[in-house]
Design a protein around this ligand. Structure first.
Ligand SMILES: Cc1ncc(COP(=O)(O)O)c(C=O)c1O
Length: 396
């Protein structure tokens, strides 16, 4: 029988999606499942983006340019300017989501067995992308006790080897909700300059920053043009995950030239979705003011309710729309499955993401779950109530 590759075998299942079959069985049995597991916002996609697709008169759905529609990239330049990121359209390559941007980026800067340092817990798919490209993830653990702030620079220095090619950060962070300060970004800048590494920043949650804090992009820093690579996406910003439009932004011309060869090989990003993404840039500022206000309230309600449960520790996230809670159980993988298979309260249960899959270091994060606060406040309160009842009943 033909054999599957070792890379294929080593690729982990998504901690966000692996419990789906259990959720489906629960639903077939008439149980309502509150989905706290996935970052699929319930916020409406801006109408202007949907209308642009509905109302256009394309007769031939052609390939677009491999680096993405020029008009779209020109408009993106203006959007970035408003966010204190000064680039031109040739610094941008449009991709099929941030996912493709990450795959291409890792492929462009690493060879087999090279290493990328990532503060953990991190977006779980970084692991899968790295394995697919035969790259080793070197984690540095950030902790809930220290509010998931950037680990000490000396911790990074300890693990830098000849094989280290890049440091990858997610800012604002999924799953942690951390927002790195300007000072933290500057420390990383000094580090990558000292060791001549790439600094990749996944900034797909740029807009979702709370309590008056400001997001600080790595591209707002001067002096790291050859090192900085920014990954972006429209998925979360405009609640249009299904459009599959992201981009890579960098000023390093060798890097862009190499990415472009990959972009050409896969031909082009989706045409209709770029039309939607271009129109979405017209979204009024008030949309974001409302969305950020809504997420702030949800976060506040969620954290307040979680803090009422004995034995639960929670860090109040500063950005994105995820919250990590540490539970008084030993294995949240088991607990999360049990919630779907064995538990319900008035025919309702929860689907949460166990956090162990967001760590690269084995056996940590076993007590933690990630909650995506993508439900309305009433449902969030009920969800935490169900969690409390479940914790009382759960017997490991
Ligand atoms: C941190 C982070 N990066 C990248 C992605 C993938 O984004 P896209 O939908 O643009 O592929 C996600 C999706 O949840 C994410 O949370």
């Amino acid at each position: 029988m033909p054999q599957i590759s070792q890379k294929g075998k080593r690729t982990p299942e998504s901690p966000i999606r692996k419990l789906v079959p259990y959720a489906e069985i629960a639903k077939k049995n008439g149980v309502h499942v509150h989905h706290l597991n996935i970052g699929q916002p319930d916020i409406k996609t801006p109408q202007v983006a949907l209308d642009a697709v509905k109302n256009n008169t394309i007769e031939i759905l052609e390939y677009s340019s491999s680096n993405g529609s020029e008009v779209y990239r020109e408009k993106l330049v203006k959007y970035y300017q408003q966010n204190n990121i000064h680039v031109n359209k040739d610094h941008i390559i449009v991709t099929t989501g941030a996912s493709e941007a990450l795959l291409f980026t890792i492929a462009c800067i690493t060879d087999s067995h090279d290493e990328i340092i990532i503060p953990e817990p991190f977006y779980a798919n970084y692991n899968s992308f790295a394995i697919a490209e035969d790259v080793k993830v070197v984690p540095i653990t950030s902790t809930i006790e220290e509010q998931f702030s950037l680990p000490k620079i000396s911790d990074f220095e300890k693990v830098i080897t000849k094989k280290t090619k890049a440091i990858l950060i997610c800012n604002p962070g999924n799953p942690t909700g951390v927002v790195y300060t300007k000072e933290e970004i500057q420390k990383l800048k000094d580090l990558v300059l000292k060791h001549d590494l790439f600094l990749i920043a996944d900034e797909v949650y740029r807009e979702f920053v709370y309590d008056g804090e400001k997001h600080y992009s790595i591209l707002s820093e001067s002096g790291i043009d050859q090192h900085a690579i920014m990954i972006d996406s429209t998925s979360k910003r405009y609640s249009m995950c299904g459009a599959r439009i992201g981009c890579i932004v960098s000023k390093n011309s060798d890097f862009l030239f190499t990415i472009m060869k990959m972009a050409q090989a896969r031909l082009s990003p989706p045409t209709y979705a770029q039309i939607a993404a271009e129109a979405a840039l017209e979204t009024p500022k008030s949309y974001f003011t409302d969305v950020v206000a809504e997420y702030t309230e949800r976060r506040n309600v969620l954290v307040k309710e979680l803090q009422k449960i004995e034995g639960v520790t929670v860090f109040k996230p500063k950005g994105a729309f995820y919250c990590i809670a540490s539970l008084p159980v030993n294995d949240t993988d088991h607990f999360a499955q049990w919630l779907l298979e064995k538990f319900n309260s008035n025919n309702e249960t929860l689907m949460v993401a166990p956090v162990s899959g967001f760590y690269s270091t084995k056996s940590i994060g076993k007590k933690q779950i990630r909650i995506a606060y993508v439900l309305n406040k009433k449902d969030l309160v009920r969800a935490v109530e169900i969690l409390k009842l479940a914790l009382n009943e759960y017997n490991e």
